[in-house]
Ligand binder design. Sequence first.
Ligand code: SF4
Length: 688
Amino acid sequence: YREWEVSRVRTTCPHCGVGCQLDLIVKGDEIVDAQAVNGPSNAGLLCVKGRSGSFDFVNSPDRITSPLVKNRETGEFEPVSWDDALALVAERFGAIKAEHGGESIAAFACSRSTNEDIYMLQKMARCAFDTPNIDNCARVCHAPTVAGLVTTLGSGAMTNSIEDVCEQAQVILLVGSNPEEAHPVMGMRIRRAVERGAKLIVVDPRDIGLASKADIHLKLRPGTNVAFANGMAHAIIAQGLADKEFVENRTEGFEEFAAMVADYTPEKVAEICGIDADDLVQAATMYAKADRAPIIYCLGVTEHSTGTEGVMSMSNMAMVCGKLGKPGCGVNPLRGQNNVQGACDMGAGPADFTGYQKVANPDVLAKFETAWGVKMNRTPGLMATECFPAMIDGRIKALFLFGEDPVRTDPDTHHVIHALESLDFLVVEELFMTETAKYADVILPGRSYAEKEGTFTNTERRVQRVRKAVKGPDGPRLDTEVFAEIMRRMGYDQPSLSASQIMEEIASLTPSYAGISHARLDGAQVAGRGIQWPCPSEDHPGTAIMHVGQFSRGKGGYSLAQYRPSAELPNAEYPLMLMTGRVLAQYNACAMTGRTEGLNEIAGESFIELNSVDAEQLGVADGDRVRVSSRRGEIETTARVSSKTNPGQTWMPFHFQDGNSNWLTNAALDPTAKVPEYKVCAVKVEAI
Ligand code: SF4
């Protein structure tokens, strides 16, 4: 294209939580390119997903463009008018509510969509469906981050900023995170930090790319994070490296904590984790002695039946060393999807209204009931992973699913399908015919991020603008309009609001977003930089570093969690441990990135990484097809033989429909955050 033929629309990448700023290049009503711009989190960088995977899906001929209703006799979907589809949706949800109560309905929000969409979805669920069962996909990734960091620090979000941790750090402690694949621009910035002299400690069961740059790689056994962190704290305290002043002034319960970790000697932890005791002590010393040392972690910490305890044990290490509330420090979860932080912020969880205001707090409940003019359902809400068993036993009869594909992405696929088939009524609002949408009674076509105004909140709590670049295909309606229309048809008087007006309503009800508006985000003072919450007033600049001076909960509290093994360990029948994760060129279920030919050429097929020792015993060579089975199901995939994982351990990406690892994964839940244990299950691999 020639520059004078196109226009540029500044927006935010729709894939991962880094929140890179980019320009969509628009010719006519078609996006023809995407180019990096200098945003605060991306510093002019984009990864391959942002460069080439951020617009082909918008233009895709596979988009659903008409509401579809399943013909009960033929099982086929038939296009219907919006009027007919919305009448059916309102009538069926209304009838189920009248007969079984609002608590028989559930709604899952889309963590890829805008804050404004998510706010309206949860408002529809609470005000029109009268259900407390509202959740989002953080339940299967970072719910332990919210639960764990709220408990120890008082706020469940990244404490520092991407720029801060990458530019200021002297030592980076990277735990259970492969940012070069899952958060690639963050990975590039960590690599640059190492090149400018920062030391890097990688704690990961695999030889991830950054392990080759690490000063220390603790290649620990999957599921042993709590033992590792307790061992680090032991070594720090034993060497007199705890920050006594910080511990005394800013935290409480240190004596109990120190007594608890006294048992976690380097030798004992080395045995549990399968690492070298000297390496552990060296890592503890390197981390504790640095003035500026962030902990950066991801799903390798959270997606365990001990996920919440794993997160809290990250806080323990930072508190003992006084590395919170300071530049280049903190406890920094990398949230997965572009707006999963926003989905949690917007009240798409059963226990929280916007900004983590507790539903159980009578004053908060009264505030929202007054603002919304309804009396809400008092039944305690179910989390998403609790909803699936409730669908099977009949407590949940109807589900509104906005932009999520649990048949592909949730553990134990047989169980998920059984749950969806048990429903009386399933509505899916989507861009494409996903595996989950095939089970729907009604499919409503949604609008992509490039066809709407709004905001995303990235992993560092930064609220950034999403802007309309194209009109998009004829047929779909704005998601906020669809939710408002369903609310009206169900008797709740919801006016149609622009995205900017919806953000005004969010700000009016949410102290941490009170100073955020589209006008401010677009204004000269913050243009292009977004605003990091908490932002309590219109003249507040936003908060780059949290917990300066004091924690959100007052004094920081230690977790006294002991190491517990994973729920399912290998045995004679299923002798190998399976971990799952992401690859650079794809995102989640490939619904968006899978529409870009170039990305499919780089990574288009499922595979399993096998250690060469295991492969030899199994008679499997690199590139061979293998059958992988667990107690829950079996798949066929291609073996990649290497030493990336230790003997006895295997790894698979979860992106691909053919050979989807979630037929195998274990739905065992963390008891607090109810996150499933994607990162450890027992499997058998056979040559075929
Ligand atoms: Fe998009 Fe994440 Fe890549 Fe940035 S790092 S371009 S936000 S996928």
